[in-house]
Write a protein that binds this ligand. Structure first.
Ligand code: SAM
Length: 223
């Protein structure tokens, strides 16, 4: 019941604050019409990501897990027209829909979509030795989050921020907390231990309820 009521409140707040505009609604609708799963961030979460980038004054963002580009549009708005979002996606169809969506939303110039397994793309980014990223958003296959976090540490600078989505459900913190076991729980434990033991990271984990039910995210600051 709490989740149902939280969804009503989430919808209300998104409308009351006019959080989502036509371009974002169109991107979401185009992704669903193309048959992509409806697992993009909610409008409130997308706006929060965009705000994190603005608060940081971030100009370079790395996203792991593009889907149809919905969160990439939010992130691109956060970095502004002179900034850059690099987003990694393994599914060619998702990358193609995302390309159309980011172009349609008017942020195409700021968004680079890298097709391939994120682990390989991250290795390539590390090898290329480019400018560090100001914010990294982990939102792909959750079991590999610890690996992605380790890569993110090599691609950021003191002052950067790392956000890990879906920590509670898909990310396995619920299974780990309740001791039910399984790969998601193992993934959560591995990620949380890595964050806890990494002296460069200061982190917290926040549970959320809203349009996508009960979940949560991890927020970490790199020093
Ligand atoms: N960030 C997107 C948004 O909010 O609009 C949602 C991303 S969705 C939850 C996860 C995406 O990660 C899917 O498109 C999936 O194909 C992609 N993915 C899964 N495993 C991957 C991998 N190993 N490398 C790169 N992308 C992967």
């Amino acid at each position: 019941e709490v989740v149902e009521r939280a969804t009503v409140v989430d919808d209300y707040l998104v409308r009351a604050l006019a959080i989502e505009d036509d371009a974002l609604r169109a991107a979401r609708a185009a992704s669903h019409a193309a048959g992509l799963p409806a697992i993009e961030v909610t409008a409130s979460q997308g706006a929060l990501l965009s705000l994190f980038v603005r608060i940081l004054g971030g100009r370079r963002v790395l996203e792991i897990g593009t889907l149809g580009g919905y969160s990439a549009i939010w992130l691109a708005r956060g970095v502004g027209p002179d900034g850059q979002v690099v987003t990694l996606e393994i599914e060619p169809k998702h990358a193609q829909v995302a390309r159309e969506n980011v172009d349609q939303a008017g942020v195409g110039k700021s968004v680079e979509i890298v097709l391939g397994a994120a682990a390989d793309s991250l290795d390539a980014l590390i090898a290329a030795g480019g400018e560090p990223f100001d914010l990294v958003f982990l939102d792909a296959d959750k079991q590999n989050n610890a690996r992605y976090l380790a890569a993110a540490l090599r691609l950021t600078r003191p002052g950067s921020v790392i956000v890990v989505d879906n920590l509670v459900r898909g990310g396995g913190a619920l299974a780990a907390a309740e001791g039910t076991g399984g790969p998601a729980a193992d993934g959560a434990q591995e990620l949380l231990a890595l964050v806890r033991d990494e002296p460069r990271l200061t982190a917290t984990a926040v549970q959320t309820v809203g349009g996508k039910g009960w979940d949560g995210f991890l927020l970490a600051h790199v020093s």
